[in-house]
Design a protein around this ligand. Structure first.
Ligand SMILES: NC(=O)c1ccc[n+]([C@@H]2O[C@H](COP(=O)([O-])OP(=O)(O)OC[C@H]3O[C@@H](n4cnc5c(N)ncnc54)[C@H](O)[C@@H]3O)[C@@H](O)[C@H]2O)c1
Length: 437
């Protein structure tokens, strides 16, 4: 394929070198004449192992060159990958100046281009959801072409790490293209023919979001390991070894477990243990803002459910599930118990069905907890799920079952607040709200 790559920084240079290595014809574009001259002389503008070899090979084969002339690059290609910077503004917002400039440069070039067919602008830079829409508008306005006909937009976020960019490009964890139509998705994906990796196509806005989820996750991991390290250090323990053992558990720790949006955490362990370890840190004068934020965030998440219910202001709220997770009757620090208790306190009528909770059977700390929170739990519990669905004005689904899903399907007018992610046919309803999706 004939590809233009805008921005010959870390991402653009590695991308240009690697695509040329895969056999594509690549024209790199940068506003810096020095970078372009260096590139054309075979000197990588950035320090990245493997790039000089790929540059030399591509230049010698005539598959790779650089220019400062955007119009010339656009006229000779069908697809433009944009890898310009997206720095922070003083207030933290993303600065899209370079993205917007490039979109206008490509559009203006397209206006006079005699090349047949569609030209697709693919954003490779890290951009917030909605940015490709902005770029698409600029592209269409400046080119005079209709989006989806003469021109198109897509995103293809870069997952490489500096210092091992070429290796990450050639053996990526996955290849993701964000495109809102199949033809564009296929075109962009075909750039990677020859590379083995899972291929994922998603709508543009979702793909834009993924990169932020990734990088926030990486930042969270680093901060978490550092906070565990300093707490351990203050207690005379080797935190590195602690984290090694944490990572050795690939069932619960380094795994998909707990890694999907849902309701707040609760139960007899997590809240208590987070409180204890942050207290231990405080006692040692060790600031751990990430760990200290966990219970705050969890309680804000619980409050979201309460706020939504207050907004709906139903006469009677039906809760399916009371325990903090499925498969248990442990009610201690269940966030749903808190929601029920708060709604009762505000004068709302609440009814509950939880097949695993039988009030008279509760014993020990579990019983003491529920007696303190909801002393008349027995009166609120309903044995029959169908009765609960019939008798409630809204449903809060904290536990699901085949029976419940069928009952919700049979009651399309019943508003549903979903904490567990019900099937899609229910999620698309107007009177449906998901807690975090
Ligand atoms: N550096 C990384 O490891 C990495 C990894 C993944 C994603 N990203 C993202 O990729 C994007 C680029 O990052 P980078 O580190 O390669 O940036 P960079 O600053 O190294 O390079 C950007 C290049 O764009 C050029 N440029 C600016 N305006 C231009 C224009 N109108 N036309 C042509 N070229 C222009 C600049 O001269 C510069 O050479 C950012 O959004 C970044 O967040 C970076």
């Amino acid at each position: 394929m004939n590809i233009a790559i805008f921005g010959l920084g870390y991402v653009g240079t590695v991308t240009a070198a690697c695509f040329s290595g895969l056999g594509h014809n690549v024209i790199g574009v940068d506003t810096s004449p020095e970078k372009v001259a260096k590139f054309n002389a075979g000197t990588s503008p950035v320090l990245e192992p493997g790039v000089p070899e790929l540059l030399a090979e591509g230049l010698a084969a005539g598959r790779l060159r650089a220019t400062i002339d955007a119009a010339e690059a656009v006229q000779n290609t069908d697809i433009s990958l944009v890898a310009v910077g997206t720095p922070s503004r003083a207030n933290g917002d993303i600065d899209l100046t370079y993205i917007e400039r490039v979109a206008a440069d490509i559009g203006t070039a397209l206006q006079t281009s005699e090349r047949e067919g569609q030209h697709v602008l693919v954003i490779r830079s890290t951009v917030l959801p909605g940015t490709a829409d902005i770029a698409g508008r600029i592209l269409s306005e400046t080119s005079g072409r209709t989006l989806g006909e003469g021109c198109g937009v897509a995103v293809n976020p870069e997952f490489l790490r500096e210092g091992q960019g070429v290796a990450d490009f050639m053996e990526p964890p996955l290849i993701m293209v964000g495109a809102d139509d199949e033809t564009t998705a296929k075109l962009v994906m075909s750039l990677y023919d020859g590379i083995e990796a899972e291929r994922i196509v998603e709508p543009v806005r979702l793909a834009e979001m993924v990169k932020y989820a990734n990088n926030s996750w990486h930042a969270t991991k680093v901060t978490y390991a550092n906070e565990i390290g300093v707490i351990a250090q203050s207690l005379g323990i080797d935190g590195t070894r602690v984290m090694e053992i944490l990572c050795a558990d690939t069932k619960l720790n380094i795994s998909k477990a707990y890694m999907r949006p849902g309701f707040a955490f609760g139960g007899s362990c997590l809240p208590k243990d987070v409180r204890a370890i942050t207290h231990a840190a405080k006692a040692s004068d060790v600031a751990v803002p990430l760990l200290s934020s966990l219970l705050v965030s969890n309680s804000i998440h619980t409050q979201r459910v309460i706020d939504r219910l207050l907004d709906w202001h139903p006469d009677r709220i039906g809760f399916t599930g009371l325990a903090f997770k499925a498969g248990t009757d442990d009610l201690r620090e269940s966030p749903i118990v808190e929601v029920v208790e708060r709604m009762l306190g505000k004068g709302f009528d609440c009814v509950i069905h939880d097949a695993e909770v039988n009030a008279p059977d509760l014993i020990g700390g579990n019983r003491a907890y529920i007696e303190a929170e909801i002393p008349h739990l027995n009166r609120l519990l309903m044995d029959e799920l169908s009765e609960l669905v019939d008798d409630s004005d809204v449903l809060v689904v904290a536990k699901s079952s085949d029976e419940l899903v069928e009952l919700i399907r049979a009651n399309p007018d019943k508003p549903v607040l979903d904490l567990v992610r019900l099937p899609e046919d229910i999620r698309v309803r107007d009177n449906y709200v998901g807690v975090a999706w």
